[in-house]
Design a protein around this ligand. Structure first.
Ligand SMILES: C[S@@+](CC[C@H](N)C(=O)[O-])C[C@H]1O[C@@H](n2cnc3c(N)ncnc32)[C@H](O)[C@@H]1O
Length: 278
């Protein structure tokens, strides 16, 4: 109840400061958001990936997940909880809408070196790899059974540009970053605590370049995540941030005259912001 009220309060404060595309005046952000939200082109990959989601949603067999992060409030003391492919695909995998937005972002920015923290069953990686097949994607998943399923999905899609690492982020992130040398895009989508999120941000930041983008999921999931997001977007190296309440995007481009921070909503959420009075 308390968590719900706090989420509602956070949403109201986000919404009051939010803008739709008509009020985005930075050319880079305008072009990116137009492509992510308003491009209606359909790609064959969307259908293929969503077909996989449908199949996974039909598998009800229970198994034990070792959750190494803060992703659920329903695990026992050892971090173990009972799940099925259906429940994971429903609750943890990226949605079809957000998957398409991620695809369009990768299609536009063409990030060569991609890092994902938290593969789950592999849906977000599949969207990213379809958008830009030249990318080299490293995705890390701590749970062995889920990692095995993600790997099988990558094999089924013959995605040779995705490397899955079955390990705890905390144990392998440093080495993976050194091997990658640079990070053009990182999707930080697991272990949603303030401390871990800030730690991953600072570690990955060392490997970012001017064109890099960092995407944080569940930035309003808890007060800790809200605090982490606030701190991240105000970091001196960050030149622009976009929040759609659920995900937060961070940029380092130096072309902006001053830092730009956008709370973004689709056109229909603020239909009166048509730009007539700009
Ligand atoms: C929300 S899901 C990822 C969803 C996926 N990125 C997508 O969009 O389809 C988060 C995943 O991170 C994994 N995870 C959480 N904390 C972790 C950690 N410390 N090390 C490795 N994996 C972790 C969980 O097992 C879970 O599968």
């Amino acid at each position: 109840m308390k968590a719900n009220l706090q989420m509602l309060g956070a949403f109201m404060s986000f919404y009051l400061k939010s803008v739709n595309i008509y009020k985005v005046h930075t050319p880079f952000c305008f072009e990116l958001l137009s492509e992510m939200y308003d491009d209606s082109k359909n790609y064959y990959a969307f259908e293929e990936i969503e077909q996989l989601r449908k199949t996974l949603l039909q598998i009800d067999t229970p198994f034990q997940q070792i959750d190494l992060g803060a992703g659920s409030r329903q695990k026992n003391q050892n971090g173990i909880r009972q799940v099925s492919l259906r429940s994971i695909t429903n609750n943890a995998a990226i949605s079809a809408i957000q998957g398409r937005q991620l695809f369009r972002l990768c299609h536009k920015l063409r990030p060569t070196k991609i890092l994902e923290l938290g593969s789950s069953v592999g849906i977000a990686s599949l969207y990213m790899s379809a958008a830009f097949p030249e990318a080299q994607i490293v995705t890390i998943e701590g749970d062995p059974k889920i990692a095995q399923i993600a790997k099988a999905n990558f094999d089924q899609f013959r995605r040779k540009n995705i490397q899955l690492v079955n390990a705890n982020f905390d144990k392998v992130l440093d080495d993976i970053l050194v091997k990658m040398q640079t990070v053009d895009l990182a999707l930080i989508d697991g272990n949603h605590t303030k401390e871990a999120t800030l730690r991953y941000f600072h570690e990955i930041l060392e490997f970012c370049n001017e064109g890099s983008v960092l995407i944080f999921d569940d930035i309003n999931w808890s007060t800790g995540m809200q605090e982490a997001w606030k701190e991240i977007k105000l970091h001196p190296r960050v030149t622009a941030s976009i929040s759609n309440f659920y995900k937060g995007y961070i940029f380092f481009r130096t072309a902006f005259k001053e830092p730009v921070h956008i709370n973004f909503v689709p056109k229909s959420w603020k239909p009166w912001q048509m730009g007539f009075f700009n």
